[in-house]
Write a protein that binds this ligand. Structure first.
Ligand SMILES: C[S@@+](CC[C@H](N)C(=O)[O-])C[C@H]1O[C@@H](n2cnc3c(N)ncnc32)[C@H](O)[C@@H]1O
Length: 629
């Protein structure tokens, strides 16, 4: 803060002795007493001329505030303001803070404000920035268990730097906006002097609130957790292990292992398309041994486009990049169409790994309610959440998993797609949305043409919304272990499609380099041989019918026993909403039914149990649910 040195400063300071703390180290451990045992003790580092701290102290008379400022000439104005307002719940430390431990004991502070901290742009000054990881560690040492840091700035570089520092400190961002004044967080915002000046010049004000992830003092081995919450054991892995043990002990016919996300025959064996198997066996060593180009071999890209789009011919510009499974497509989309700190949006009934893929890259996660109270797709909540997020961030990755959604089996109709497109077309021009449609289950969702009937709707999207398809070969070609998929964009112009290929190839190169070549060669081969393609399609059709029959059997049986299921159309899974999914799944295990607990209910894999079992399991689930009433 540029400020001419004030003359006779010491003399002027003499009038404020009662609200000045020259030796904070002597108050260390006794701030509660010094505050007169007020409700909470809050610290502002770098209070400048004190507009913020004086207004906050006036608004919150039960709390006590410690304002630190190293520039004494600047701070004089803050002292005067507090005096003018007659406040007795603020004290000032006229010094630069170096190590908070010197002035505060662990857990002594309830909250810390960093307002428009000096950006110190030179690389060599990074460690001096007030959001440097070493400083963040100090803040969370002196903060109590639930204490938070609130940071505001106009400086984009400092803000982005700070996001990374938060992640590196194993903390999390609980509130976030790149445009504070347009966001809901503005309601209780108090402007600082700098904020007034820079927002007046047209700069967007950014804000984040930083909190702990783990309890104070809780550590974990040598690994850097970087803001992720990594459980000791994967839940599903444990359940499917117990299901396998039960099958060994009691026999396959007496156990329903509905945990597996792959298509199994009625005897529990993995279904592999024999026509695909034959094509795999015909691979020449060079076809699987050689590296593939980063974005995929040309024959695969062409085949994947045909496979994903079917008969649909688009006027749009298609960009294609091969990825190792649909997970790779999700990862690349998040990496290139969102920024660190942004939240990714998807439906509340979703594959839990979406959240992990986001967290792995320092992104947050938000869901909209997929169904309203009448069991219809919840457009209102979708639009509300899109708007909410685009008020606090400039761009958004929206993931919709349809048709045959995992875990519900729901498919959006063409009419529903039209509503989604209309919602996205209402997004302001200066906001960017990547709409990732995860079509992993499309080839088991119903008639090939019908399930692709939504694709032309994507052409109606405006140019600031980029539709991306994540097309996985895992289910379609029974290629789960081969890790083969493609991400395709349908861009409004050629530059956007070229950029998509360029940035996603870069991400692939820097994550897994190239994707496996063998499965790409097989799919290219299938699509270059009409007879073979017809054979594969025919064979898959048979299994699709089998799966659809299982779904119908489950639905019928659920209807008969009055078991409420989440709206289901087709696919690998059916879900049952319930209060305590973990407890329900445990109860089901007692009856030799193994399912996966999700956030909002129980997921049953009808892909991994026979039609007969699909007819029996609903009654067992109903009984388990009733036992908790
Ligand atoms: C850019 S000004 C912002 C002032 C005020 N917060 C505002 O928003 O109007 C940053 C202030 O932080 C102060 N400052 C920077 N590092 C500090 C530290 N370690 N301890 C105390 N004050 C600090 C500077 O002296 C400067 O007055």
């Amino acid at each position: 803060m540029r400020q001419r040195k004030v003359k006779n400063l010491e003399e002027k300071y003499a009038g404020f002795e009662d609200i000045l703390v020259y030796k904070p180290e002597e108050v260390r451990g006794n701030w509660a007493e010094r505050s007169g045992h007020s409700k909470g003790i809050y610290l502002e580092v770098g209070c400048g001329k004190g507009r913020f701290i004086s207004q906050l102290a006036e608004r919150e008379p039960d709390n006590f505030f410690i304002a630190v400022e190293g520039n004494r000439s600047v701070m004089l104005r803050a002292l005067e303001k507090v005096r003018e307002l007659g406040l007795s719940n603020v004290v000032f430390v006229p010094n630069f803070i170096v190590d908070l431990h010197d002035w505060f004991e662990d857990g002594e502070i309830d909250g810390i404000y960093l307002n428009f901290s000096d950006p110190l742009p030179k690389n060599c000054s990074a460690k001096k920035r007030l959001t440097y990881r070493g400083k963040l560690r100090q803040y969370f040492d002196v903060l109590n268990e639930s204490g938070v840091v609130r940071f505001k700035t106009d400086n984009t570089n400092l803000f982005n730097y700070s996001i990374n520092e938060v992640i590196a400190s194993d903390l999390r961002i609980t509130k976030f906006t790149r445009d504070l004044h347009a966001s809901p967080y503005n309601d209780d915002n108090i402007m600082t002097e700098y904020e007034g000046k820079f927002s007046g010049k047209g700069f967007n004000i950014k804000m984040m609130e930083i909190s702990r992830i783990r309890k104070k003092g809780e550590t974990m081995g040598l690994a850097a957790l970087n803001g992720r919450v990594i459980p000791a054991q994967d839940k599903v892995f444990g359940i499917s292990g117990r299901a396998k043990d039960a099958i060994k002990a009691k026999g396959h016919e007496n156990v329903a292992n509905a945990t597996i996300g792959a298509l199994l025959d009625d005897d529990g064996r993995l279904i592999v398309l024999s026509s695909v198997d034959e094509a795999v066996k015909n691979l020449k060593p060079v076809q699987y041994a050689e590296y593939a180009p980063i974005a995929g071999i040309p024959g695969f890209k062409e085949a994947a486009t045909k496979a994903a789009l079917g008969d649909f011919k688009t006027d749009r510009h298609i960009g294609v990049v091969a990825t190792p499974g649909g997970t790779g497509a999700l990862r690349n989309t998040i990496a290139n169409y969102s920024c660190p700190g942004d939240k990714i949006l998807t439906h509340d009934w979703c594959w839990p790994n979406y959240q992990n893929i986001a967290a792995e890259q320092g992104r947050g996660f938000e869901t909209f309610e997929m169904f309203d109270e009448a069991g219809k797709f919840n457009f209102a909540d979708l639009e509300y959440k899109i708007n909410k997020l685009l008020r606090i961030q400039d761009r958004l990755v929206l993931i919709l998993n349809t048709p045959a959604n995992n875990p519900t089996g729901y498919s959006l109709s063409v009419y529903e797609w039209q509503q989604v497109v209309a919602i996205l077309n209402r997004v302001p021009d200066d906001r960017i949305v990547a709409l990732l449609v995860d079509i992993a289950y499309i080839d088991f969702a119903g008639d090939e043409k019908e399930v692709r009937a939504f694709l032309p709707e994507l052409e109606e999207l405006r140019s600031n919304v980029l539709p991306i398809l994540a097309y996985s070969a895992s289910k379609t070609f029974t290629f789960y272990g081969f890790r083969c998929a493609a991400m395709l964009c349908l861009a409004d112009d050629e530059e956007t499609a070229d950029e998509f290929v360029r940035v996603c190839s870069y991400s692939s190169r820097s994550s897994w380099s190239n994707s496996p070549r063998g499965p790409q060669e097989v799919i290219a081969e299938i699509y270059s041989d009409a007879e073979l393609l017809a054979k594969v399609d025919e064979e898959r059709k048979g299994f699709r019918e089998m799966l659809l029959s299982r779904g119908r059997a489950f639905e019928d049986a659920a209807g008969k026993v009055g078991l409420k299921i989440v709206p289901f159309r087709a696919g690998f899974f059916v879900s049952i909403p319930c209060e305590d999914p973990d407890a329900v799944c445990k109860r089901l295990e007692e009856n030799d039914v193994y399912c996966v607990p999700m956030d909002k209910g129980v997921r049953v894999s009808i892909a991994s149990i026979s039609e007969t079992k699909c007819g029996k399991v609903p009654a067992i689930i109903k009984q388990a649910l009733d036992s908790f009433k």
